[in-house]
Design a protein. Structure first.
Length: 529
C-alpha cells in the first residue's frame, strides 16, 4: 500500500492515473475509485463504490451489494485475486474501513494506492486499518521552474513554440503559480490563443482575483476544517504568514483558538508549513484562497472578519466611524481584554488616550511602538504578562510610569535613542528581564535601583546616555554578561559593588578611569574571583 500526499492541486491524482494506466494490465483485476471523499460520506455512496470495485475487477456489470454485505462479499470474491486498487482523494481512515473492512484480505502481489490531502489520515491507516501490510509514503513536491515552464507552455501553446515576448509572459505566470500543476494547467488553457495584451491583463487580474477553478479545488481543504481550525487558517493567510510560530501561538491561544492542536492539523493538510527558523509559511495560492474566503464571506469591507488589504484598512479606518485616525488611538471607548499585541511602529499614536482607562490587559504579551514620535509619556498599564516592550526612537518620550518597574514577565525592554527621556521608575523589579537598552538616552541622568530579584538580566546597554552614576544595587544583577558605557560623558566612576558581577565578560567604556576599572574587573572575572 502506498499513500500519495501533498499540497492540494500538486498532481497526486495525475500521478496515480499515470501509474494505473501503466501497470494495471499486470494484475488479475484493477479498479480506480474516484472522488472517494465525496462518496464515502453516505451509505449509498459506499454501496456505489463497493459495486464499482466488484464490477471493475470481476468484469461483470451485474454485481449488487446490500447495505450490510458489501465488505464480506468483496473479501470472498477478491481474496484470491492479485488486484490493483486506487482510492483517490481519501480524507478519513474510518470510511476506508467502512468500504473495505480491515484490509487484511488482499492476495499476495496486490497493490493499493491512496491519494490524500491529509498526512494524518495515512498515519491513522497504518495504525488502525492496514495493520497487516506495510504502508509506504510518497510526498509530491511542487514543480521546479523549468518543469513548471514546460507544463505551462505545453497547455498554452499546444504543438507550438512561443516567441520571446510570450516566453517572458509565460515565465511571469509560472512564477505566479509557484510550481503548482493545477494552477499552471488551468491558467494556461485559459490563455491559449489569446493576445499578449490579454495575457498582461490576466496576470494583473490573477494577482488580485483568484481563478474560480483554482479557488474551488483549493478550498476543498479549507472546507474540511473544524471551526477553530478555519479561524487559525484564515488568520495566518491574512496576517501571520512569515511570522514566528511561537509568537503567533500566543496570540491565537489568547483568542481561545487552541493553536497547539490546530496548527499541526493545518500542517498535516499541507495548508501551512513551518520553516527551519520556526516561521509560518504557506503556498501563495493557498494564501490567496484563504483571503478570497474572507472576501466572499462579507462583500462589505466594514463588516469583514479580517482586513488584510492596506487600501481596505485605510478606507475603514478613515471612514465615518473613526474620523481622527491615525492621530490618536481610534477606539477610546474600546480596549479588548483579549488583546495580545500592540504593534504600531512609526505611527502617530498618543498613549494617554490608549491606556487612560487603566484596563487589565492580562493577555498582552508584546508592545511595539518603534519610532512613535508623538508619545511623550508612558502612563499606567496593567499588563502582568507583558514580555516585550519596544519604544526605540520615541524621541519625545519623557516619563515612564512606576508600574513598568514591576512587570515580572518582561524579558526585553528597548528605549534606545529616546533622547528626551528623563524619568524611569525609581526601582526595577523585573524578574524576567534579559535585555535593557538605554543607548542614546542623553537626558537620562539617573538609573533606577535594581531589586535583588533581577537575576536574569544579561545585557545592559547604557552607551550615550546622560547617567551620572551607576547605583550600587547593580550588584544584584548577578547574571549580567555585558555592560555598555561607551560615551557616557557624565559618568566618572563605578561603584565598588560592580566587582561582585562574576559573570560580566564585556564592559565597554571610553573614559580612561572607567577603562582601568573595566580591565581589572574582567581580569578578576577570568580568575574566578
Amino acid at each position: 500500500m502506498v499513500g500519495i500526499h501533498g499540497l492540494p492541486g500538486v498532481g497526486k491524482t495525475t500521478i496515480a492515473k499515470a501509474v494505473y494506466n501503466r501497470i494495471a494490465k499486470h494484475f488479475d483485476g484493477s479498479s480506480f475509485l474516484e472522488n472517494v471523499r465525496e462518496n464515502l460520506g453516505t451509505d449509498a455512496g459506499i454501496i456505489t463504490l463497493q459495486e464499482q470495485l466488484l464490477n471493475d475487477i470481476l468484469g461483470n456489470g451485474n454485481w449488487k451489494v446490500g447495505r450490510f454485505r458489501g465488505i464480506s462479499l468483496i473479501e470472498k470474491r477478491l481474496c484470491c485475486k492479485k488486484v490493483f486498487l486506487i482510492l483517490d482523494d481519501v480524507n478519513d481512515s474510518t470510511r476506508i474501513e467502512n468500504l473495505l473492512g480491515k484490509c487484511n484480505w488482499f492476495a499476495p502481489g496486490s497493490r493499493v494506492i491512496i491519494t490524500l490531502r491529509d498526512r494524518h489520515v495515512l498515519v491513522a491507516l497504518k495504525e488502525k486499518v492496514c495493520t497487516t501490510y506495510k504502508v509506504k509514503e510518497f510526498k509530491v513536491k511542487e514543480l521546479n521552474k523549468h518543469q513548471a515552464f514546460q507544463l505551462f507552455t505545453k497547455h498554452a501553446f499546444p504543438g507550438n513554440k512561443p516567441d520571446e515576448d510570450y516566453s517572458k509572459l509565460a515565465t511571469k505566470f509560472t512564477n505566479f503559480a509557484k510550481g503548482l500543476p493545477l494552477a499552471l494547467e488551468i491558467i494556461a488553457r485559459d490563455l491559449c490563443g489569446k493576445t499578449k495584451d490579454e495575457w498582461e491583463s490576466a496576470l494583473d487580474m490573477y494577482n488580485k482575483i483568484p481563478n474560480k477553478g483554482i479557488q474551488n479545488i483549493l478550498q476543498v481543504s479549507y472546507d474540511g476544517l473544524q471551526g477553530t481550525e478555519k479561524d487559525i487558517f484564515l488568520d495566518i493567510a491574512c496576517f501571520f504568514k512569515g511570522w514566528d510560530k511561537d509568537y503567533v501561538v500566543k496570540i491565537l491561544d489568547a483568542c481561545e483558538l487552541y493553536p497547539c492542536s490546530g496548527i499541526p492539523r493545518l500542517i498535516n493538510k499541507y495548508l501551512i508549513t513551518v520553516d527551519r527558523c520556526g516561521r509560518l509559511s504557506m503556498h501563495d495560492l493557498i494564501q490567496q484562497m484563504g483571503r478570497e474566503v474572507v472576501r466572499q464571506q462579507e462583500p462589505d469591507i466594514r463588516k469583514r472578519s479580517r482586513l488584510y488589504c492596506y487600501k481596505d484598512s485605510l478606507k475603514v479606518l478613515t471612514g465615518n466611524k473613526w474620523p481622527h485616525y491615525p492621530f490618536h488611538w481610534p477606539w477610546p471607548e474600546y480596549f479588548p481584554e483579549q488583546l495580545v499585541a500592540i504593534e504600531m511602529p512609526h505611527s502617530r499614536i498618543r498613549l494617554p488616550k490608549l491606556i487612560k482607562q487603566e484596563c487589565w490587559l492580562e493577555n498582552l504579551k508584546g508592545v511595539d511602538l518603534f519610532d512613535c514620535k508623538f508619545i511623550t509619556n508612558l502612563p499606567k498599564l496593567w499588563a502582568p504578562n507583558l514580555e516585550n516592550l519596544d519604544l526605540t526612537f520615541c524621541e519625545n518620550l519623557v516619563e515612564i510610569d512606576e508600574c513598568f518597574g514591576s512587570l515580572e514577565k518582561l524579558k526585553r525592554w528597548r528605549l534606545r535613542h529616546c533622547t528626551k527621556l528623563q524619568f524611569l521608575p525609581s526601582q526595577l523589579r523585573l524578574k524576567s528581564l534579559v535585555v535593557f537598552d538605554l543607548i542614546g538616552c542623553s537626558r537620562l541622568k539617573k538609573l533606577p535601583n535594581f531589586h535583588q530579584e533581577m537575576e536574569c538580566l544579561k545585557t545592559l546597554y547604557l552607551s550615550g546616555s546622560g547617567i551620572r552614576e551607576v547605583p550600587s544595587s547593580i550588584e544584584h544583577l548577578t547574571k549580567l554578561e555585558a555592560l555598555s558605557l561607551y560615551e557616557c560623558k557624565n559618568l566618572q566612576d563605578l561603584p565598588d559593588s560592580i566587582y561582585k558581577l562574576q559573570q560580566l565578560r564585556d564592559l565597554t567604556t571610553t573614559t580612561a578611569k572607567l577603562r582601568t576599572t573595566a580591565i581589572l574587573l574582567i581580569a578578576l572575572s577570568d580568575m574566578g574571583l
